[in-house]
Design a protein around this ligand. Structure first.
Ligand code: GLN
Length: 486
C-alpha cells in the first residue's frame, strides 16, 4: 500500500481490504521511522490523523464514498490549520495556532481526506533548497547529503520516501516543480487563481499558487479536483465552472505539438539533465507528437524581474508580523518601536530579512520607477513571449532546473547563485501559467531529473494527460530510494 496510487488506495478502502485507520497507521509508522533522519515533517499529529481516519471509516460505513475519503494527505506548513500549529518554517510563527482552516484544508476535510501532518519548508517559502527553515534542513531521500529542493521540500521528501501518499505545496517561483524534480515526484502548479490563497500564508501574492504533489499525474488530478475552485474569500480566485482534471487522462498524445524553447536547452544545463529531458521528448515523438523549436526571448530577464517583484510583495506582506497581534514577540523592550524591531529581528531568519530589505528598497521613493515599475513592464513582456509561443504549440517542454539536487551547503553562502537555479520555473510563474514536473530518469549520481511541461492558461487537464500517458510507459515516478525500502 505504501507505493500504491490514490485510486488503488481508494479501491482498497472501498472493498474494505483496509480501513482508513490502518492505512493512516501505515504512513504514521513510516513517519515515525524516517522523519528523524529526513526532517520532512515539522508537525506530525498522530492522534489528529487517527481521528480523521476514524471519521472517514465511519462515513464509509454509512455508504459514503469519494476518491479521497480516508486517504492521508500531508500539507505544507504554509496552509493554516485550525487546532494544529502552522509555522511557515519560521521562528516568527513557531507557536502559532490558526483559528481557522485555509480554503485548501477545508476542501480536503470536506472530501474526507486525513490530515497526516504539516511538512517542512523554507522560511516563508523563500528558498530553493529547504535550508532556510527554522526547523532545520530537509534531506533528500535519494542522497541524504543533498538538498530536496525548495521551498516545498518537506512535501517532496515526504512523498519521495513514501511517508505520505500525497501532499500539498505552493509555488511562487518554482517551489512545487523544483523540489518535485529534485526528489523524483510529480507536482503541478496550476494557473494563477485556480486554487484559493485564503489561509495560505502570503509570500508574493501576485505569484503564490497552491498545488498538489504526488507520485503520478492521475493522483494529482484527483487532488486538484479537491483543491481547485472559486472562493469568494480570495479576491484573485477565478470564478469559473468546476472542472474534472482527470477528464483527459487517457487522451492519446499523437498530434500533440511540443514547443522546445531554445533558451531552455543552452549551455547552463547539466549534460545529464539535458539528456534525460531529450529522452523523454523523444518518447513523445515516438507516440506521434510533433516538436517545434520556439523562442522565449526574455527568459534571461525572468530571474532579475522576479527577485525585484517577489521581495517587493514580501516586504509588504510580512509587515503584518509585528509582534502585536500574533507571532513571536521579544521578551524585553523599552517601547513599542523597540518591540517591533526586536520581535522582527529575532523572529525572521537571514533570507527573509534579505528579501524584506531588497523589497523595501525597490519600492522606495526614487527607486520605484527604476526597479519595481520596470520589472512589472518586463513581466508583461515575458507573458507575451508565452502567448506568442502558444500560437505554435500546445505544451512547452524543457528541464525544471539546470541541475539535479546539489549538496547541502553548496549554494547557501551565495544567494544569487541559488536564485539563478530558478531560471526555468520563474517565467511561467511570472506569466501565471500552469506548469508541472514529471520524473524522467536519473543522473549519473542516481539523482532524479524532472521534465517540465508548461501549458497555456487553464490547460491543467492537458498537462496531466501528457504526464499520465508518459507514466503509463515509464516507472520513474514509482521508484523508491534504495536507502528507504518499503
Ligand atoms: N526559489 C524561489 C524563491 O526563493 C521560489 C520560491 C517559491 O516558489 N516559493 O523565491
Amino acid at each position: 500500500m505504501l507505493n500504491a496510487s490514490l485510486s488503488e488506495m481508494s479501491a482498497a478502502l472501498e472493498s474494505r481490504k483496509i480501513s482508513s485507520v490502518e492505512l493512516t497507521q501505515l504512513f504514521l509508522g513510516r513517519i515515525a521511522k524516517l522523519n528523524g533522519e529526513l526532517n520532512a515533517f515539522i508537525t506530525a499529529d498522530a492522534p489528529r490523523a487517527l481521528k480523521d481516519a476514524a471519521a472517514a471509516d465511519a462515513r464509509r460505513a454509512t455508504g459514503q464514498s469519494g476518491p479521497l475519503l480516508g486517504i492521508p494527505v500531508a500539507h505544507k506548513d504554509i496552509f493554516c490549520t485550525e487546532g494544529i500549529r502552522t509555522t511557515c518554517g519560521s521562528k516568527m510563527l513557531a507557536d502559532f495556532v490558526s483559528p481557522y482552516d485555509a480554503h485548501v484544508i477545508s476542501r480536503f476535510g470536506a472530501a474526507g481526506a486525513v490530515l497526516l501532518g504539516k511538512t517542512n519548508m523554507d522560511e516563508f517559502a523563500m528558498g530553493s533548497s529547504n535550508e532556510s527553515s527554522y526547523f532545520g534542513a530537509v534531506k533528500n531521500p535519494w542522497r541524504r547529503s543533498a538538498v530536496p529542493g525548495g521551498s516545498s521540500g518537506g512535501s517532496a521528501a515526504a512523498v519521495a520516501a513514501r511517508m505520505a501518499p500525497a501532499a500539498t505545496g505552493t509555488d511562487t517561483g518554482g517551489s512545487i516543480r523544483q523540489p518535485a524534480s529534485f526528489t523524483g515526484v510529480c507536482g503541478v502548479k496550476p494557473t494563477y487563481g485556480v486554487v484559493s490563497r485564503y489561509g495560505m500564508i502570503a509570500f508574493a501574492s501576485s505569484l503564490d499558487q497552491g498545488g498538489p504533489m504526488g507520485k503520478g499525474a492521475a493522483d494529482l488530478a484527483a487532488l486538484l479536483n479537491v483543491m481547485a475552485g472559486f472562493d469568494a474569500r480570495d479576491s484573485t480566485s477565478l470564478d469559473r465552472p468546476p472542472e474534472d482534471y482527470a477528464r483527459d487522462l487517457e487522451r492519446p498524445v499523437a498530434g500533440l505539438r511540443i514547443g522546445l524553447p531554445r533558451e531552455y536547452f543552452g549551455d547552463g544545463v547539466d549534460a545529464d539533465v539535458a539528456a534525460r529531458v531529450q529522452d523523454a521528448i523523444r518518447w513523445f515523438e515516438g507516440q506521434g507528437a510533433k516538436t517545434v523549436e520556439i523562442t522565449l526571448p526574455n527568459t534571461k530577464l525572468a530571474v532579475p524581474v522576479y527577485y525585484v517583484l517577489a521581495p517587493a510583495e514580501a516586504s509588504s506582506n510580512l509587515s503584518r508580523f509585528d509582534g502585536v497581534r500574533y507571532g513571536h514577540r521579544a521578551a524585553e523592550y523599552a517601547d513599542l518601536y523597540e518591540m517591533y524591531c526586536k520581535s522582527r529581528a529575532e523572529g525572521f531568519g537571514a533570507e527573509v530579512k534579505r528579501r524584506i530589505l531588497v523589497g523595501t528598497y525597490v519600492l522606495s521613493h526614487g527607486y520605484y520607477d527604476a526597479y519595481y515599475l520596470q520589472a512589472q513592464k518586463i513581466r508583461r513582456l515575458i507573458a507575451g513571449d508565452f502567448s506568442d509561443a502558444f500560437a505554435q504549440c500546445d505544451v512547452i517542454m524543457g528541464p525544471v532546473a539546470p541541475t539535479t539536487a546539489y549538496e547541502a551547503g553548496a549554494m547557501s553562502g551565495d544567494p544569487v547563485k541559488m536564485y539563478l537555479g530558478d531560471i526555468f520555473t520563474i517565467p511561467a510563474s511570472l506569466a501565471g501559467l500552469p506548469g508541472m514536473s514529471i520524473p524522467c530518469g536519473f543522473d549519473s549520481k542516481g539523482l532524479p531529473v524532472g521534465l517540465q511541461a508548461i501549458g497555456n492558461y487553464f490547460s491543467e487537464a492537458r498537462l496531466l494527460n501528457v504526464a499520465h500517458q508518459y507514466q503509463k510507459a515509464t516507472d520513474w515516478h514509482i521508484r523508491v530510494p534504495d536507502a528507504f525500502p518499503l
